[in-house]
Design a binder for this molecule. Structure first.
Ligand code: MGD
Ligand code: MGD
Ligand code: MO
Length: 759
C-alpha cells in the first residue's frame, strides 16, 4: 500500500459550504469548466434532464437551481472526462504490470474506447471488433453449464438494460443474478421483508417535511447522499429532532451550511443537525434500540398506572402486528448493564433519546451500512422496526422506515428481475410472455458466487458494471482464483482492478455512460431508474459519446444474448435495442400493478411512485401482519470481545465512489493526503504504545487459521469508541473473511471485522 504519511488536520468547517465547492474544483479543476459538463450539471436530477449516476437519493418534483451535490458533480465529471484509455495504452502495459498500479491511477486513464480481448501470449488487452467479442463470448457460454455462470450487476444500469439482462440469464438457464445489493442493502431486502413484507423503505421524500423526529443509524449523508442534507436541514428548522447513532462523529450529521443559500455561504452560519449524537459502539445498535424500547415501555406503564393515556399505539399493535407480548417480555428481560456495555452508551442518554421518541407524533427511522453490514444486521433492522411499531410509525404520512440506498438504480435492478431469489420474480408471467421454461432453482448471492469461484464450480463471470473483485471480501483468495475461470467479461466505462485478472478467455466491453446520447435505429433513446423512495424517473443523455465505437449497455447485453441463444420468435433482441420503449412495454406487462402506462408516465415531475404495500399497512408477510421480533443477541458483531481484538470499521471517504477513488482527501473527517491510514482513538493508541505517524499493520483475528494481513498504515488519532479502529474500503477488504456476513442475507460484515494490531 501507499504508506505515505497523511497530513492529518482537523476540519472545523461544516458539511456543504465553500468546502464542498472547493472539493469539486480540487479534484476536477481541468474538466470543471467545459460547456458540456456545465450543461449536464445544470440539467442534473431535473425533469427531462439527466439522472445523476452517483447515489439513489430522491429527485424532488420542485428541484433547486442546482440539484446536485459535491459528489454527484464529481461522478458526472468523472464520466465526462476528456481522458481516454485507448488500445494504444494497452500496447504499452502488460496486465501483470497494471496490477501493480493503484486503483486511482487505473481509472484516471479515462474512458475505455474500444472492445478489448485479452491475449494470453503477450499478456495484453488488444482491440477487437464487436462481432468478434460477441462471438467469442457466446462460444464459451455455449460450452458451459449455464448454472456455472454468474451474471453480476453493479446497481447503475437502467431499468431497461437490467430487465433485458435478467431475461438473458433466465433464457440461458440460470438465476445467478447477484448484484451490488448483496454487499449492501440485501440485509434490508431480507430483514425488512420478513418484518413488514416490504423489501424496500416505506417513506417518500415528502415524509421528511412532516416528521417530528428522525432516528438516524449508521448512514453518512455528508459524503454519501449530500442532497439529503437539504431535507434534514429543513426538518430541523421546523423543529424536528434528529437523534444520531454512529461510532464516528460524521460532520455531515453535525452541522450543514447550504451551498444553495447565499446568506449561509457568506456568514458561514448553517444548521446544527443532530439534537443528540450518540457514539454507539460498532454493532451496538441492537442494544441501543433495546434501551430505547425499554424506556418507552417503562414510561408507558407508569402513565397507565397513574391513570394517564399510555404511549403505545395499542389499536395499531392489536390490529396490525403480531408477537408484541413476546417482544415486551424480551425487553423486560434485557438488563441495563448489558445494554450499556454492548452499546457503549449511558442509560441516561438512551432515556433522553427515548423521550424524543415519546414526544414525537411522527418518527422516521433512517439507516445505512452501519446497520446492514454486520453479522446480525438483520436483527438490527428488526429492532428498528420493533421500535417504530410501538407507536404505529409505519404506514402513515411523516413516519416510516427509510433505508438509504447506494447505487443510483440498485433498488430498481431488483424491482425488474435482477435477483438470485426466483420467488421474488414473476416467473410464470415471464414464461407466458416469452414462451420458455424459466429456471426455478435459487441462484447464487455474491458470497455464494465468491465461494464458487474459489472452489472452481463457477466457470464464467459476466459483470454489468462494477468492480466485483475489488468490492468483495477475502481479496487474496479471490484474486488467486479469479483467473482460473473459463470466461470473464466486464461491461465497463473505465479500467479497474477486476479487469486485470482475466479468465482463460476474457473481454472488456466499453459502454456509453448515462449522460451520453444513445442513438438507436428508431432515434435517440432515454432510460429510467428507481430512487430510494420507489419513484421512477426518465433520464435523457445528450453528451457526445466518449468514442464512436461505444455501444449502449442494452445493446451490448442484447448483442451477447443474440449471439449466445438460439433464435426464438419471441426473443426480439434487435427490436428491443432499436426502441427501448418496447422494453418498457414489456416491463409494464410483467409488473402491471407498478409499471402500467410506463412510457406515458416516465417523465412525471418527481418521478412516478410504484407503490409500497407496507406504506398502506398491507403486510405481505407470512402472517399477514407486521412482526415484532425478539433479537437473539444484543451485539450485531459476529465475534465477541477478546484481549487485543479490535473491531475494524471499513469506511468510505468523501473522495470516492465505492472502489472509484477520486482523490486522497477525506475533507469532512479532516484527513488528507493518503488512504493508507489506521484510525484509532488516543486512549487505545497510548495503551498500545503507538504514536501518531507510526507505521502499523492489521492482521485478521477471525480465528479460522487463515492469515490475512495489511501493512504500511499510518497511525492516525481519531475520535472513535474504545476497541475499534477505522480504515478505508476497498483497501481493507483483504482482512474480511468470506464467511463473515449477515446470517439472514449473506451481506458481508464490512463494519464488524475482527482484527489485531501488527507491528
Ligand atoms: N460519495 C459517495 N457516495 C456514495 C458512495 C460512495 O462510496 N461515495 N457509495 C454509495 C453506496 S453503493 C452506498 S451503499 C451508500 C453507502 O452509504 P452509507 O450507508 O452512509 O455507508 P458507509 O459510509 O459505508 O457507512 C455509513 C456509516 O455507518 C457508520 N457505522 C459503522 N459501523 C456502525 C455501527 O455498528 N452502527 C452504527 N449506527 N453506525 C455504524 C459509519 O461510521 C458511517 O458513518 O452510499 C452511496 N453513495
Ligand atoms: N469493505 C467494504 N466492502 C464493501 C463495502 C464497504 O462498505 N466496505 N460496500 C459494499 C457496497 S455497499 C457496494 S454497493 C459494493 C460496490 O461494488 P461495485 O458496484 O461492484 O463497485 P463500484 O466501485 O461501484 O464499481 C465501479 C466500476 O463500475 C464501472 N462503471 C461505472 N459507471 C458505469 C456505467 O455507467 N456502466 C458500466 N457498465 N460500468 C460502469 C467502472 O468501470 C468502475 O470502475 O462494494 C461493497 N464492498
Ligand atoms: Mo452499496
Amino acid at each position: 500500500m501507499d504508506g505515505s504519511r497523511p497530513n492529518t488536520r482537523h476540519y472545523d468547517g461544516p458539511a456543504g459550504g465553500w468546502g464542498s465547492l472547493k472539493g469539486i474544483g480540487h479534484v476536477f479543476a481541468r474538466e470543471l469548466a467545459t460547456p458540456a459538463v456545465i450543461e449536464t450539471l445544470v440539467s442534473q436530477n431535473k425533469n427531462k434532464g439527466f439522472m445523476c449516476s452517483s447515489c439513489a437519493w430522491g429527485k424532488p418534483a420542485h428541484p433547486h437551481i442546482f440539484e446536485f451535490c459535491e459528489n454527484g458533480a464529481k461522478s458526472t465529471i468523472w464520466e465526462l472526462t476528456r481522458d481516454r484509455c485507448t488500445p494504444e495504452f494497452f500496447t504499452k502495459h502488460t496486465v501483470t504490470e497494471l496490477r501493480t498500479w493503484q486503483d486511482y491511477d487505473l481509472e484516471m486513464q479515462g474512458r475505455l474506447t474500444e472492445p478489448l480481448r485479452y491475449d494470453t501470449v503477450t499478456d495484453k488487452y488488444v482491440a477487437c471488433d464487436w462481432s468478434e467479442a460477441f462471438g467469442g463470448i457466446a462460444r464459451e457460454l455455449k460450452l458451459l453449464d449455464p448454472r456455472s455462470a454468474i451474471f453480476y450487476a453493479s446497481g447503475k444500469a437502467s431499468l431497461e438494460t437490467s430487465y433485458i439482462y435478467s431475461l438473458f440469464a433466465r433464457f440461458y438457464g440460470h438465476n445467478n443474478l447477484p448484484d451490488s445489493s448483496n454487499m449492501c442493502h440485501e440485509t434490508t431486502s431480507v430483514g425488512l421483508k420478513a418484518a413488514i413484507g416490504s423489501p424496500v423503505g416505506t417513506c417518500v421524500l415528502e415524509d421528511f417535511d412532516h416528521c417530528d423526529a428522525i432516528f438516524y443509524f449508521g448512514q453518512n449523508p455528508g459524503s454519501n447522499s449530500p442532497r439529503f442534507l437539504h431535507p434534514l436541514q429543513n426538518a430541523v428548522k421546523r423543529g424536528c429532532k434528529i437523534v444520531t447513532f454512529n461510532p464516528v462523529r460524521e460532520k455531515g450529521l453535525e452541522h450543514f451550511v447550504n451551498p444553495q443559500n447565499p446568506i449561509e455561504m457568506l456568514t458561514g452560519h448553517g444548521t446544527a443537525l443532530s439534537y443528540m449524537y450518540l457514539q454507539v459502539r460498532p454493532g451496538g445498535d441492537i442494544a441501543a434500540l433495546m434501551g430505547l424500547c425499554k424506556h418507552v415501555l417503562a414510561v408507558d406503564r407508569q402513565r397507565l398506572d397513574s391513570g394517564k393515556p399510555g404511549i403505545l399505539d395499542r389499536s395499531f399493535i392489536a390490529g396490525h402486528t403480531r408477537d408484541f407480548d413476546a417482544f415486551a417480555n424480551a425487553v423486560t428481560a434485557a438488563g441495563w448493564n448489558e445494554i450499556e456495555r454492548v452499546s457503549g452508551l449511558h442509560r441516561a442518554d438512551l432515556e433522553k433519546a427515548a423521550g424524543v421518541y415519546i414526544d414525537a407524533e411522527r418518527t422516521i427511522g433512517v439507516y445505512g451500512m452501519g446497520l446492514t453490514q454486520h453479522v446480525h444486521g438483520s436483527q438490527s433492522i428488526g429492532m428498528l422496526v420493533n421500535f417504530l411499531l410501538l407507536k404505529g410509525n409505519i404506514g402513515r404520512p411523516g413516519a416510516g422506515i427509510s433505508p438509504v440506498r447506494g447505487h443510483s438504480n440498485v433498488q430498481g435492478q431488483r424491482t425488474v428481475g435482477i435477483s438470485e431469489k426466483p420467488e421474488l420474480v414473476p416467473l410464470d408471467r415471464l414464461a407466458a410472455l416469452f414462451d420458455f421454461q424459466p429456471p426455478r432453482d435459487t441462484g447464487r448471492t455474491t458470497v455464494d458466487a465468491c465461494r464458487g469461484i474459489i472452489d472452481g464450480s463457477v466457470r464464467a463471470f459476466l459483470g454489468l458494471g462494477g468492480n466485483f473483485l475489488r468490492a468483495v471480501p477475502e481479496r487474496e483468495a479471490m484474486e488467486a482464483a479469479w483467473g482460473k475461470m473459463a470466461l470473464t467479461v466486464s461491461i465497463a466505462i473505465k479500467l479497474n482492478r477486476t479487469h486485470l485478472f482475466p479468465g482463460r478467455t476474457a473481454y472488456l466491453l466499453p459502454c456509453l455512460a448515462r449522460s451520453e446520447l444513445d442513438m438507436q435505429a428508431s432515434g435517440p433513446q432515454n432510460v429510467t431508474i428507481e430512487d430510494s423512495f420507489s419513484h421512477i424517473h426518465g433520464s435523457v443523455g445528450k453528451r457526445t459519446p466518449a468514442s464512436p465505437h461505444l455501444l449502449s449497455e442494452l445493446a451490448i447485453v442484447a448483442g451477447l444474448a443474440k449471439a449466445t441463444l438460439p433464435a426464438h420468435p419471441k426473443w426480439r433482441w434487435e427490436e428491443w435495442t432499436a426502441d427501448y420503449g418496447v422494453v418498457r412495454d414489456l416491463i409494464a406487462e410483467t409488473y402491471p400493478d407498478q409499471f402500467h402506462d410506463f412510457n406515458a408516465r416516465m417523465f412525471e415531475p418527481g418521478g412516478f411512485y410504484r407503490g409500497n404495500s407496507a406504506r398502506d399497512r398491507v403486510w405481505k408477510t407470512q402472517s399477514g401482519k407486521a412482526g415484532f421480533t425478539c433479537p437473539t443477541v444484543l451485539s450485531a458483531l459476529g465475534t465477541g470481545d477478546a484481549p487485543g481484538r479490535f473491531n475494524l470499521i471499513t469506511m468510505r471517504s468523501n473522495d470516492q465512489f465505492n472502489t472509484t477513488i477520486y482523490g486522497f482527501s477525506d475533507r469532512l473527517r479532516g484527513l488528507d493526503g493518503s488512504r493508507a491510514v489506521l484510525l484509532i482513538n488516543p486512549g487505545d493508541m497510548a495503551r498500545q504504545g503507538l504514536r501518531e505517524g507510526d507505521i502499523a499493520g492489521l492482521v485478521s483475528d477471525a480465528g479460522d487459521g487463515v492469515h490475512r494481513e495489511i501493512g504500511g498504515l499510518s497511525v492516525t488519532p481519531f475520535d472513535l469508541p474504545d476497541g475499534c479502529v477505522g480504515g478505508y474500503y476497498p483497501e481493507m477488504n483483504s482482512l474480511i473473511p468470506l464467511w463473515l456476513h449477515d446470517k439472514a442475507s449473506k451481506t458481508p460484515a464490512s463494519k464488524g471485522v475482527p482484527v489485531r494490531l501488527a507491528r
